[in-house]
Ligand binder design. Structure first.
Ligand code: GDP
Ligand code: IMO
Ligand code: MG
Length: 425
């Protein structure tokens, strides 16, 4: 009988909700932290002791207390980017070789996957998704079409397998008429990355490791990447990523039975952002949007792109709470709204036929937000240490959100640092 518990932490909006910070805060409560999907399209930021780290493939549990961190089978891994990330962490004094395990079944992002990503985007013209360019879509496409190259392949006859996959990719790239690339240098670093992983890290049967951990009574935290609205099934398709970012993705991406899942932590910003193309009903194009971007430093952790900013969308969030079975909410970046005289939250959509709905429709471009307004609190909350210090106006906002979403907001984040975290009772 499995005795340990599995909790899942994931983003409820369009990514960048602050997942990395919360995983780091919660890590002391768990024995193992595991990533279950996505790859270096993720950029998870953590701040503590005056240092800032951005993690892309390595789980955010790597900094606290010698915990084991697992890159699960559902993840796609770029060896060159992974090597760069791991070496930087080691340089800053964080040894991870013995504590970071990589699933044999995780798929490898090849240099030609990244070229394919660029070629496919270019072929879409104005309909492009605005991907991170990390080869995510083409790698998952190969996985699903049974053409993928996996971490486990490193262990046997790798070079031949690699060349066969590369040749197939080059044909696809030529068919798209894409010529603007040269992978000679990248390929060299990529092969060094393969060597680096092979020599330094444990390549494991992660589904066995994870279930053995549970059997021995230890607890696991699964770290989601991206967000629910970027999920390939339930997000704003086709403007999504190519994996299942939702809670069920943790079962698939790690080999965990659905009945093992306990808490589902839903991470949300006090407002909303999105990078890349696609619908975003509450997006603000005015100075309020610019002010959120400015105060929230809303620029992509991976690509440096401006994030699109808008008000909190409760119709969208309610959908995410439903799809994931969220048991508790964690609200991030509350401090960013500290100076706004009025704060709004979308409580329903008006559709083109004049009707109103609180159920997320099939076509989000048709949704016109209907807002409820709240009085701003106008207090600097960044140095608060307890919920007793929250102003009434802030409590009114939080209480409304909780009631609407029928889910408690258990943690409020008031700044990027690990310490700027308030537990609500
Ligand atoms: P993730 O991808 O979900 O891990 O989120 P990102 O790291 O991409 O983006 C979140 C950004 O907000 C990072 O720069 C964090 O340092 C920062 N951040 C996290 N929590 C807070 C908060 O409560 N307040 C402020 N001002 N910044 C925060
Ligand atoms: P974290 O884990 C925000 C977006 C891209 C693009 C779409 C598809 O840091 O929250 P992809 O490269 O995955 O094929 O791009 O998804 N996207 C993210 N947006 N945060 C992320 O990760 C994202 N990962 C992908 O901008 O719109
Ligand atoms: Mg991010």
């Amino acid at each position: 009988m499995n005795k340990g518990k599995v909790d899942v932490l994931l983003g409820l909006q369009w990514g960048d909700e602050g997942k990395g910070k919360v995983v780091d805060v919660l890590t002391p409560k768990y024995d193992v932290i595991a990533r279950f999907q996505g790859g270096p399209n993720a950029g998870h930021t953590l701040e503590f002791e005056g240092q800032k780290y951005v993690l892309r493939s390595i789980p955010s549990g790597i900094f606290q207390g010698g915990k084991v961190n697992i890159i699960g089978n559902g993840v796609v891994l770029a060896p060159d980017l992974f090597m760069q990330e791991a070496k930087e962490l080691e340089k800053s004094g964080h040894d991870l070789r013995s504590r970071l395990h990589i699933s044999k079944k995780a798929h490898l992002i090849m240099p030609t996957h990244r070229v394919l990503d660029a070629a496919i985007e270019a072929s879409k013209g104005k309909n492009k998704v605005g991907t991170t360019g990390k080869g995510i879509g083409p790698t998952y496409t190969d996985k699903v079409s049974r053409n993928g190259l996996r971490v486990g392949d490193i262990l046997d006859g790798f070079k031949e397998k690699y060349e066969a996959h590369k040749a197939a990719h080059l044909k696809q790239i030529a068919a798209l008429g894409y010529t603007d690339f040269d992978i000679t240098e990248v390929e060299k670093t990529w092969m060094e990355g393969i060597e680096y992983i092979f020599k330094n890290f444990q390549i494991v049967d992660s589904e066995h490791e994870i279930n053995n951990v549970l059997r021995s009574g230890k607890d696991i935290l699964c770290e989601g990447a991206q967000g629910t609205m970027l999920d390939v099934d339930f997000g704003s398709y086709p403007f999504v990523t190519s994996s299942n970012t939702i809670c069920a993705g943790a079962c698939i991406g790690l080999g965990i039975g659905p009945n093992r899942i306990g808490n589902v932590y839903g991470i949300m910003k006090a407002y909303c952002t999105r990078v890349g193309a696609g619908p975003f009903p509450t997006e603000l194009f005015d100075e309020t949007g610019a002010k959120i971007r400015d105060l929230g430093h809303e620029y992509g952790a991976v690509t440096g792109r401006e994030r699109r900013c808008g008000w909190c969308d409760l119709v969208q969030l309610k959908y995410s709470v439903m799809i994931n079975g969220v048991t508790e909410l964690i609200m991030m970046k509350s401090d960013v709204l500290d100076t706004f005289p009025v704060i709004k939250a979308c409580v329903a959509y008006e559709l083109p036929d004049g009707t109103q709905t609180t159920e997320l429709p099939y076509e989000l471009y048709d949704a016109k937000p209907i807002y409820k307004e709240f009085k701003g609190w106008n207090v600097d909350m960044t140095k608060f240490t307890s919920e007793d210090q929250f102003p009434q106006e802030f409590n009114d906002y939080v209480n409304f959100l909780e009631t609407y979403l029928e889910t408690p907001i258990k943690i409020v984040s008031i700044g990027p640092d690990r310490e700027q975290t308030i537990i609500r009772k």
